[in-house]
Structure formats: structure tokens, C-alpha cells
Design a protein around this ligand. Structure first.
Ligand SMILES: [Zn+2]
Length: 258
């Protein structure tokens, strides 16, 4: 247990971190769960194992593009969507969906309401943050599903933390409020950027939570807990770097009951 997060191993899904005390089951695993590039039969099999483990009826996975494209899921079938926000409306369906999104250092933001009317997975790295993908998703939920932003909650899953996220000087223009120097190295507080955007979109700050874990530095049982694109690029070269660069963590979300 780390804060509100529970770390558990599982035969089929490797390491699982599951968030407690929410109306949704929200977790992250170090398995790829359907590579966004390859869609190999093995990856699809892993998706189906997770589906069974969580008693979900179907899965929908985001193929992130660092864009501001938002997709409202309308069909209860296994599917992939090229987008950076996936919104599930649970009002008129008795099927239990499983939402999936891969990440290596970018934050995945879960937006949901307490009454399990809807939930969304939003991929917000620096490019998505520059496009305000989280703010646009909140606005889209308000207009499409008639749910007020004040009634929404958000949870920010581990991306890279503000101590490890080194950035170039162009970031001063992009995110001037949330960059800072530490030992002459410019760094970005991605979590603060996203939190600000959620508040700007109308969320109550008391309803925004974030993970205490970091994709780059969190160690569990003497090993790095997550894959990290930046960390692996620092430590590996050649073919080993190439194979590590394909590895992702997969965030999953499903209602606890339906
Ligand atoms: Zn860190």
C-alpha cells in the first residue's frame, strides 16, 4: 500500500497498482495490453485476460496521438480509437466497459462522476497539455452528457514527476507558471499544469486527486515499478534501448458495479 494505492502482483498482468476508495476500479499495469503499434495476438489475449479478471464485458483502447481528439464510445464492442480522450457514458448500457490507455511518462487523467454516469481516460503529455486536452474533455462532457464540471472528479495517474522531468528552454514560453530551475536544469511540473487546467475548466480543486507514484523514479521491491521512456533512454543503448522504448504501462478503468 502506498497512500491510497495498493500494489499487487497478478499471474496474467504482472504488476498491478490499484486505486482504492473510488466508484471505479482504476489501475495501472506494466503490461502493454495490446501494443498501439503492433496489435499482436498475444497482446489482444492479454486484453482479454484483464477483461475476465475485472468482469468487464468489452474493452476499448486509446491509440494516443498527442492530439486534442475526443471520442465518445457508442458501441459495446472491443475496439481501438485514434484519439487522446475516450469518454464512456454508462447511462443506457448494461454492459461493463474496460477503458485502456498506454503511457510511458505522460499522465493519464481519469475524469468521472460519483454516480457512475460516465468516465473518461485522457492522455495528457506536454503536447496534449499545450492543447488543453483535459479542459476540452470536461467541456465536451458538459455539453454532450449534460453533467456540470463541478460534479466531476479527476484522478491523475503517474507520469513523470516534477523532479525528474527535464525540459528545454522553449517550455518557458509554453508553461511559464510551472517550469522551474533546479541546479541550473529546467524542469516541468506536469501535474500542476493539468491540475490548473482542470480547475480552469470548472472542477472543484477538492475533487482532484493525483498519484504519489512516478513513472521515472518509483522503486518497488528494489526494481523500477513502471516503464519510463525517459529513464530507459538514459540507461540503455542499441537494441536494448529499442526494445525498452516500445514498453508501456497500461492504465485501465472499469466501473466497480453496473
Ligand atoms: Zn520522479
Amino acid at each position: 500500500m502506498i497512500g491510497e494505492e495498493e500494489i499487487a502482483g497478478h499471474d496474467t498482468v504482472d504488476q498491478v497498482v490499484r486505486l482504492t476508495k473510488e466508484p471505479l476500479i482504476i489501475g495501472i499495469t506494466t503490461n502493454n495490453f495490446g501494443s498501439t503499434q503492433l496489435d499482436s495476438p498475444k497482446d489482444v489475449r492479454h486484453n482479454n485476460e484483464l477483461l475476465r479478471m475485472l468482469n468487464a464485458d468489452y474493452w476499448v483502447k486509446m491509440r494516443a496521438k498527442h492530439s486534442d481528439r475526443i471520442v465518445f464510445v457508442t458501441k459495446d464492442i472491443n475496439d481501438y480509437h485514434d484519439c487522446d480522450a475516450l469518454v464512456f457514458c454508462l447511462r443506457n448500457s448494461h454492459q461493463k466497459p474496460l477503458g485502456l490507455a498506454n503511457t510511458a511518462d505522460c499522465s493519464i487523467v481519469i475524469i468521472y462522476d460519483r454516480f457512475r454516469t460516465c468516465f473518461a481516460l485522457v492522455h495528457s503529455g506536454w503536447k496534449g497539455s499545450l492543447l488543453n486536452i483535459v479542459g476540452k474533455t470536461v467541456t465536451a462532457i458538459e455539453s454532450e452528457l449534460k453533467i456540470k464540471a463541478m460534479a466531476l472528479n479527476a484522478y491523475i495517474w503517474p507520469g513523470i514527476c516534477k523532479y525528474d522531468y527535464q525540459v528545454g528552454k522553449e517550455f518557458v514560453n509554453h508553461f511559464h507558471k510551472h517550469v522551474y530551475f533546479a541546479d541550473s536544469i529546467l524542469k516541468l511540473d506536469q501535474k500542476a499544469v493539468i491540475t490548473d487546467q482542470l480547475i480552469q475548466a470548472g472542477l472543484d480543486s477538492a475533487r482532484i486527486k493525483s498519484s504519489s507514484l512516478c513513472s521515472f523514479h518509483t522503486i518497488y521491491k528494489e526494481l523500477s515499478l513502471f516503464h519510463s521512456y525517459r529513464r530507459d533512454n538514459q540507461y540503455y543503448t542499441g537494441p536494448l534501448r529499442e526494445s525498452h522504448n516500445k514498453r508501456r504501462n497500461c492504465v485501465f478503468v472499469t466501473p466497480d458495479v453496473i
